[in-house]
Design a protein around this ligand. Structure first.
Ligand SMILES: C[S@@+](CC[C@H](N)C(=O)[O-])C[C@H]1O[C@@H](n2cnc3c(N)ncnc32)[C@H](O)[C@@H]1O
Length: 190
């Protein structure tokens, strides 16, 4: 599975998906109790299973992704339910692509691996006590046709953010997909 990178791969994947929204990430559903009321930036939102779930739970959500096919689907799913959603097509592999994204009360990154520089900059896009939810496959999964090394989350990914964020929960979950790691950080008040 390619998480970071190839736009054609993702456009094709979303284009070929059935016209049905997938269920939200179960670890996000479990973790929503930690979220701060208000806005959410859903980074690499795909076609919006988590975006829609968050809207349904009272958040105002901006979904960003580089796949126009994914964002079109998200907009369609939202429209069907009369939900307002803000979408932006952004290629996260471009340096500074998040610079003008704005400030949110929560940021969700589900199954996408931001680089360390981008992670460090996220503090500039969160309000005080804002929540950063990160969930993805850990580097204890075996690299094979299912997992690419560069997509697997490492503990060292977060070594530069510990001055601005407090880890409030960590969940290591083994399921049919492999080992899924969830980190919930709270931005320390400046
Ligand atoms: C595994 S999917 C996760 C989608 C969504 N977060 C979810 O949990 O359903 C990975 C997502 O990352 C997006 N993506 C991959 N590389 C990207 C990049 N360079 N810039 C922006 N989005 C990217 C893909 O289009 C895809 O929607």
């Amino acid at each position: 599975m390619e998480y970071m990178g190839n736009k054609n791969y993702w456009d094709e994947k979303f284009f070929n998906r059935s016209d049905k929204l997938l269920t939200p990430e179960k670890l996000l559903v479990q973790s929503i109790k930690y979220f701060k009321k208000g806005t959410v930036l859903d980074i690499a939102c795909g076609d919006g299973r988590n975006t829609i779930f968050l809207i349904e739970n009272g958040f105002r959500v901006t979904g960003i992704d580089f796949s126009s096919k994914a964002l079109n689907r998200l907009e369609r799913f939202a429209k069907r339910k009369n939900y307002l959603v803000n979408t932006k097509q952004i290629d996260l592999s471009i340096d500074g692509s998040l610079d003008h994204i704005g400030i949110f009360d929560n940021i969700v990154i589900n199954h996408y691996r931001l680089n360390k520089k981008q992670l460090k900059n996220l503090k500039n896009h969160l309000t005080d006590n804002g929540i950063l939810f990160i969930c993805g496959f850990g580097d204890n999964n075996k690299v094979d046709s299912k997992f690419r090394k560069e997509d697997l989350i490492k503990l060292t990914d977060f070594e530069d953010i510990n001055k601005s964020f407090q880890l409030i929960n960590y969940i290591e979950n083994q399921d049919e997909r492999g080992t899924v790691l969830t980190y919930i950080f709270r931005k320390i008040k400046a």
